[in-house]
Design a protein around this ligand. Structure first.
Ligand code: HEC
Length: 714
């Protein structure tokens, strides 16, 4: 914000001065920017100095053709510059770089353009997202990125608008609502472009509603088509591109009565435009609500949840689909990045789509027909299915996994975090390996709820689930001999269909380079971060550099003036808000951080420890604390942390100044004093006296924390 206003102010002065004398020099007029079109995108690999689309190229391979940084010289890779954002919320963006300019989104769907050589901000665009809409998502007001095309930058806002921005000036060109502002949908994903269109989906698989993807004309914002991924009321077709196939293929896989919240199948992450077939692939999420009992009478495949769906890019007409987890009740979204490649399989050249959804299997599909080529487990511990039947394409189910129809708890592996979730994956045509973060033996214990009532505005999944990554929750796996979960970076050989190497560690997005390096973002202690590099061929760890915030967003590479840069967005978490840590830090703004060989910038240090817990003098009765604990778990924990333990990405309430004041607490919690920054008024979801009961519970947790800190002091 600061940079922009100063720059605009001095520009205004200059212009005012010029107006009196000569016409402004041509240098002041914005240069044409982001002149990216289909022809240029089709040959993106021939200009490795740029990173023009979310996935690096249209095949979404996240492979940089630059080779200046190698395992031999990587010890000299140092910070080149960093640029501060003006928000301390989760950052998950993949930056784009076109002709020396970086375009990046931040939390709250803001967009920056910055000089790729210096990190100097050129402009900032703030769409002023409606604060209360922040409550319509699991995992903070994150944005995964923008798209650039034909001189414009496209951003999809958390509250549902798709906006075209002039890439040179940072001014809005058009804006269109992709859903009603009152809707329970949200958008965290990046728009994608191709064939003159901008494609955008939405999230909402925990809040209700049907998922869909819309295509808009890139120049005018006029809607070209919409495709719903799950059917609505058969008596009321949508008048959308999906009508025919929902009627012919999907309706028969759903049971029970439709209503306005049942659905899911949200396309909240990966969309890929394939110029080879002029088709667009959608990667769809879980069904809503999670428990199939309440969405489909406990039966049916529920097309097109957890699927890859191929559409005609120009019309949105259905071409083929492949469903990865029919009837899903384990939260196995199929939203992971889809990577396209031309592979030689058994002596045959094939155009393949590679996919590593949460359910643990590595799928290779024929892009022309959707035919299943292979599906092998890429992680250990999968127990919901014994494998995938290559003839039918269906999972060979473990009958115990159907905890809905059995009405019995089931400990599923992987858990709802999956073998791999949304973190960007990479494919190197040089090594032939695909690289991704993976987890063995994660698990979640699913306990079916007997009854269900949908409440608009809350997350309503219709089941109880306990995971092994949220401290304080019930033990996930009753089997004491169950193997411990293991996290690692996986290099997978898609031709041999087996792992090439694994390196232990918990990281996020990866990128591979022609220099033979794989980069991956990590977090240290949840909020602080690290960029790590491995040899692409062997997995040997060869370099790392600490960053003040976690690296949860994409890693990209570009070049300016013959120098190769590696660029990351850093921010405190995002999806990791439920992770507890005893080490609570002050909240800090996110950043864009660039590295180059021989860089000389210094990064900010780690954020200091957060202030002490607030010790409240008043006493609360044990009964009210118990009520408060229950309300806290059901209403507040998803943002402020299980057991009121938050790494302070969203405020750690034990340290809130409001904790000591009944009135201040009530005005925030009941009346929404902070609703413009995402803390809504909870009055309508709390019983009389509920806010005060929660204050009593949090005050107790603060006292425990204060005692623990005192005990830790030497
Ligand atoms: C959807 C996420 C979300 C949920 C659920 C949520 N909050 Fe918040 N809360 C926030 C955010 C975001 C902020 C910080 C707002 C800001 O930075 O101004 C916040 C701030 C607060 C604060 C002020 C903290 C400070 O900085 O001093 C209090 C108190 C609070 N929340 C209490 C609660 C309680 C009690 C509940 C459950 C009834 C709850 N919140 C549920 C998102 C949430």
């Amino acid at each position: 914000m600061k940079h922009t206003s100063i720059a605009l102010f001095s520009l205004a002065l200059l212009l005012a001065a010029c107006a009196k004398q000569a016409p402004p020099p041509a240098a002041l007029a914005p240069k044409p920017a982001a002149q990216v079109d289909d022809a240029r995108l089709a040959k993106a690999d021939s200009e490795p100095q740029n990173w023009m689309v979310y996935g690096g190229n249209q095949q979404a391979q996240r492979f940089s053709g630059l080779n200046q940084i190698t395992p031999d010289n990587i010890k000299d890779l140092k910070p080149a510059w960093s640029m501060d954002f003006d928000t301390n919320r989760g950052q998950e963006s993949t930056a784009l770089v076109v002709d020396g300019v970086v375009y990046v989104t931040t939390a709250w769907s803001k967009v920056y353009a910055a000089d790729a050589k210096t990190g100097k901000a050129l402009w900032e665009f703030d769409p002023k997202v409606a604060g209360p809409h922040a409550a319509m998502n699991c995992c903070d007001v994150v944005s995964r990125g923008a798209a650039v095309y034909q001189g414009k930058v496209y951003v999809a806002t958390f509250d549902g608008r798709l906006i075209a921005i002039d890439a040179a000036s940072g001014k809005q060109v058009w804006s269109t609502a992709t859903f009603d502002p009152e809707s329970t949908h949200a958008i965290s994903g990046a728009p994608r472009v191709g064939a003159g269109l901008v494609f955008i989906g939405n999230s909402g698989g925990e809040f209700g509603g049907r998922g869909y993807v819309s295509a808009y004309k890139a120049d005018t914002g006029e809607m070209a088509w919409r495709f719903f991924t799950v059917p609505g009321d058969p008596a009321k077709p949508d008048g959308a591109a999906s009508d025919a196939v929902l009627a012919s293929k999907a309706q028969a896989t759903w049971f029970g009565k439709p209503n306005d919240y049942r659905g899911g199948g949200n396309v909240w992450n990966s969309i890929v435009y394939d110029p080879d077939f002029d088709q667009v692939y959608l990667a769809t999420g879980n069904g809503f609500p999670w428990l199939r009992t309440f969405r489909s009478e406990g039966k049916g495949d529920n097309l097109f949840i957890d699927s890859v769906v191929a559409l005609d890019a120009k019309t949105g007409a259905y071409r083929w689909h492949y469903q990865e987890t029919p009837g899903d009740i384990w939260d196995y979204d199929s939203v992971a990045d889809m990577i396209l490649a031309d592979l030689n399989l058994g002596g045959q050249a094939r155009k393949v789509l590679m996919h590593t959804p949460k359910n643990g299997f590595f799928y290779e599909l024929d892009r022309k027909t959707g035919e299943l080529i292979s599906a092998e487990p890429y992680i250990a511990g999968i127990n919901w299915a014994k494998g995938i039947d290559k003839k039918t394409g269906r999972p060979i189910m473990n009958p115990l996994a159907w905890y809905d129809s059995r009405k019995q708890p089931f400990t599923a592996s992987p858990g709802e975090g999956g073998g791999h979730s949304w973190a960007p994956t990479a494919f190197s045509p040089k090594t032939g390996f695909m690289y991704l973060q993976a987890s063995d033996y994660s698990s979640a214990r699913h306990v079916p709820r007997p009854t269900y009532e949908y409440v608009k505005g809350l997350d309503n999944i219709g089941t109880y689930h306990f995971t092994n990554h949220a401290p304080g929750q019930a033990a996930p796996n009753p089997d004491p001999n169950a193997p411990k979960p293991a996290n690692y970076l996986l290099a997978w050989d898609p031709v041999a269909q087996k792992a090439a190497w694994k390196m232990p560690g918990l990281g996020g997005a990866v990128m591979a380079t022609a220099g033979g390096v794989v980069f991956q973002g990590h977090s240290r202690n949840v909020v602080m971060g690290e960029l790590v590099a491995y040899r692409a061929d062997t997995g040997e760890k060869i370099w790392s550099h600490e960053t003040p915030n976690a690296v949860a967003g994409g890693v990209v590479s570009y070049a300016v003036d013959g120098e190769q840069y590696v660029l990351v967005t850093t921010g405190q978490g995002g999806g990791s808000i439920i992770a507890g840590t005893p080490d609570v830090r002050a909240r800090q703004n996110g950043r864009l951080v660039a590295f180059k060989l021989g860089g000389t910038a210094t990064l900010a240090g780690d954020p200091p420890a957060a202030g002490p817990p607030v010790v409240v003098a008043e006493d609360f009765t044990a009964d009210s604390v118990k009520v408060g604990a229950d309300l806290y778990l059901n209403r507040c924990a998803r943002c402020h942390g299980i057991n009121a333990m938050s790494p302070n990405i969203l405020p750690d309430l034990r340290r809130s100044a409001a904790l000591g004041s009944k009135d201040a607490w009530r005005s925030i919690v009941e009346d929404g004093a902070l609703q413009n920054t995402g803390m809504i008024a909870w009055k309508r979801f709390l019983p009389e006296g509920g806010a005060e009961a929660i204050r009593g519970y949090v005050a107790g947790q603060a006292r425990v924390e204060a005692a623990a800190l005192a005990a830790r002091k030497p």
